[in-house]
Design a protein around this ligand. Structure first.
Ligand SMILES: Nc1ncnc2c1ncn2[C@@H]1O[C@H](COP(=O)(O)OP(=O)(O)OP(=O)(O)O)[C@@H](O)[C@H]1O
Length: 309
């Protein structure tokens, strides 16, 4: 099994505790979103997983082993941390060839990942001539080079055009469907909601949530129902009779809070209310995330205030 296991992991930089005794497991076969405000400890955790930094205490392992003990790491773990890291005087293809040679990966794979990331036409151009999105694609190509069981990507959609964003979404889902372990850190909530099955959320170096995407949203944001009608009085009557909390908006539409279409639809239909629209307003990941982190941020702000002279 190629799971990622983080156990009681702590990293201190001088007096600052970037990661504070965190424990979580990322299993294969699904995409796990790795979220948290700036400075929450996501990059530090990824760096510890990739052996780029040493933990103060605790462990971070891939398939039960620390990264540094892997003989040809790219064959086990593909990572994108900094898309600007490629040597800019090399061509994109040469960059990948060097990586492939150092991990005994066949040249055939270089051309495959160039094709997969849409870089074949630019393969023989120097990286310094690449756009931000092309560098990003090259970073993703490098991550996929060794056909790894574990994929760690930091902001993979960064700099990608709309087509690229649709592409990366499909790629992440496919990697998970192939049974790989996929951990993706991002600040883009709509994007994360489009590909993640599960979330690990950090805040100030600790795990704030480790849960399925749907459960994460449902636990924090109540669903609502949006309605438009030609007979507002009849609608209001029908809803308030059943104790529903209905709000009329300036443009004339109504929302019924804490309700589902399955309940409201039959109710308004039985009351003979003429409908122009009846739709579900599901909570979004952004709303749920902000609800969770607002509490955390408030606490941090209060602490900040307290230490001010
Ligand atoms: N090399 C370092 N030296 C000192 N402090 C560091 C170092 N790297 C990270 N930190 C601190 O550790 C904390 C966590 O940083 P980290 O980069 O892991 O957060 P993050 O969740 O990745 O944030 P972002 O979303 O902004 O990328 C921050 O307070 C940061 O200032």
């Amino acid at each position: 099994m190629t799971s990622i296991d983080v156990h009681d992991l702590t990293k201190e930089y001088g007096p600052r505790r970037a990661v504070d005794r965190i424990t979580f497991r990322v299993p294969p076969g699904r995409v796990t979103g790795f979220l948290g405000p700036n400075g929450a400890g996501k990059s530090t955790t990824l760096r510890l997983l990739l052996g780029l930094d040493r933990p103060t205490s605790g462990t971070a392992t891939l398939a039960g082993r620390p990264y540094v003990s892997l003989a040809r790491p790219l064959r086990h773990v593909g990572a994108l941390l900094d898309a600007q890291a490629a040597h800019s005087s090399r061509t994109g293809r040469d960059h990948l060839l060097v990586l492939a040679a150092s991990n005994r990966i066949p040249v055939r794979r270089v051309d495959e990942v160039l094709e997969e990331t849409g870089l074949t036409p630019a393969a023989r151009r120097r990286v310094r001539t690449y756009s931000l999105g092309m560098r990003q694609r090259l970073g993703i190509a490098a991550a996929l080079l060794g056909d790894p069981g574990v994929v760690l990507l930091d902001e993979p959609a960064n700099g990608l055009d709309p087509e690229g964003i649709v592409w990366i979404r499909g790629l992440l889902r496919r990697l998970a469907a192939e049974g790989r372990t996929v951990l993706v850190s991002s600040h883009l909530m709509n994007e994360t909601a489009s590909f993640a099955d599960h979330l690990v959320v950090l805040g100030r170096g600790r795990v704030l949530a480790d849960t399925a995407l749907r459960d994460f949203i449902d636990a924090r944001v109540h669903p609502g129902v949006r309605i438009r009608t030609t007979d507002p009085a009849a609608l209001e009557n029908a809803l308030t009779r059943q104790g529903h909390d209905a709000v009329r908006h300036p443009d004339g539409h109504w929302t019924v809070r804490h309700a589902r279409v399955d309940d409201i639809g039959p109710l308004v239909s039985a009351a003979g209310v003429p409908l122009l629209e009846l739709s579900a307003e599901e909570g979004t990941l952004e709303q749920a995330y902000l609800a969770l982190t607002a509490v955390d941020a408030e606490f941090a702000a209060r602490q900040h205030e307290e230490v001010r002279p």
